[in-house]
Design a protein around this ligand. Structure first.
Ligand code: UT7
Length: 329
């Protein structure tokens, strides 16, 4: 069976660093470095510059991934961007990326699956390559979440950072290697535990929405936490079972970095040592859909991923939407 292969990865992080102490001193949030570190493992995050948009970050990450892949933008068949913070409600962020990098013949669209966006995009790209519908696809996770945070809500604003990550997929030519399978799941009955209630068609932007600050992210952290631990374990086991592997066979875990405690709990349940999980949450916080490609790129550029390594990917976000993928590198 035709499989797809990740041949290029890239990351973009905005220049500005905001530490936990800065959140208190510069932004007046009633919190502390100790509280944030203990509950989340986050030490700092990046903030996009004024005037910088999601597609700017996405284009920068994409150029690096294409350069590594040795593929010209004009040869791409498709760009799929996982994002809930596109430059504007429409058109898609992916179309701005197309124009910025010159991917003239690529079909471009966004996928809305919050922090699971890049895994959803990866699964779509993989399906197109498997079916022969595309030969090379640029998969992006790009998120400018600090612009949709309520900077008066300490429950949420301390968690997120801005970033973009990209992956280039082509058809796999090596027997037994490549993307083995992807597994996507959604529970729409939990839409209320992590969302932006105002500013859409259900509740168009109005003075009331503004008054209640409903144009910003609302989250029930406890519920998100409980769901995340349960379903990330389940979808990881699903990916391993499907391909006849055991948790012990995993060489690297590339996971959405929502919270260090979530990752510790999931890996403990799976009995996979935390050392196998590439971590950057301390440095960049929760970068939503950028998290998986960014973490993969860091591991890739460090030379940690060797041919034949088994890479388990997992992510969860608002929806709730979650998924996993297994790659024989
Ligand atoms: O990609 C998915 C994104 N979402 C997540 O990953 C979130 C998952 N959830 C979590 O990580 C945790 O629920 C949080 C880190 C968000 C919160 O931790 P928690 O242990 O669930 O705390 P809590 O919400 O139950 O709040 C405990 C206390 C409260 O004070 P009282 O009522 O006990 O006096 C909060 O008001 O901590 C207070 N609190 C804070 N204190 C200092 C909430 N946020 C902060 C803060 N600094 N930033």
């Amino acid at each position: 069976m035709q499989r797809s292969r990740i041949v290029g990865t890239g990351t973009y992080l905005p220049e500005k660093v905001v530490t936990n102490d800065d959140m208190v001193k510069l932004y007046g949030i009633e919190t502390s470095d100790a509280w944030i570190r203990e509950r989340t493992g986050i030490g700092k995050r990046r903030l996009a510059a004024p005037g910088e948009a999601t597609s700017d970050m996405a284009a920068a990450a994409s150029r690096k991934a294409l350069e590594m892949a040795g593929i010209k933008p004009e040869d791409l068949d498709m760009i799929v961007c996982g994002t809930v913070t596109p430059d504007m409600p429409f058109p898609a962020a992916a179309v701005f990326v197309q124009a910025k990098i010159g991917a003239t013949k690529a079909a471009c669209f966004d996928v809305s699956a919050a922090c699971a966006g890049s895994l959803y995009a990866l699964a779509i790209a993989d399906s197109f390559i498997k079916s022969g519908g595309a030969r090379s696809v640029l998969v992006i996770g790009a998120e400018l979440l600090t612009r949709i945070m309520d900077w008066r809500d300490r429950n949420t604003c301390i968690l997120f950072g801005d970033a973009a990550g990209a992956m280039v997929l082509v058809a796999e030519t090596r027997e037994g290697h490549g993307l083995l399978s992807t597994h996507l799941h959604t529970d729409g009955t939990q839409a209320h535990i992590l969302n932006i209630p105002g500013g859409g068609s259900a509740k168009p932007f109005s003075p009331e929405v503004y008054e209640k600050r409903e144009q910003y992210v609302k989250m029930n952290g406890r519920e998100v936490y409980k769901t995340a631990v349960r379903v990330l374990e389940a979808c990881s086991r699903e990916a391993l079972d499907r391909n006849g592997y055991k948790p012990n066979d995993v060489t690297h875990v590339i996971a959405h970095q929502a919270n260090l405690r979530i990752l510790e709990a999931v890996l403990k349940r799976l009995e996979i040592p935390l050392e196998k999980c590439h971590l950057n949450i301390e440095e960049v916080g929760n970068t939503s859909s950028a998290s998986v490609p960014l973490t993969l790129d860091q591991a890739n550029r460090q030379g940690a991923l060797k041919p034949g390594d088994l890479v388990l990917m997992m992510a969860i976000g608002g929806g709730m939407a979650w998924g996993s993928a297994l790659v024989k590198w």
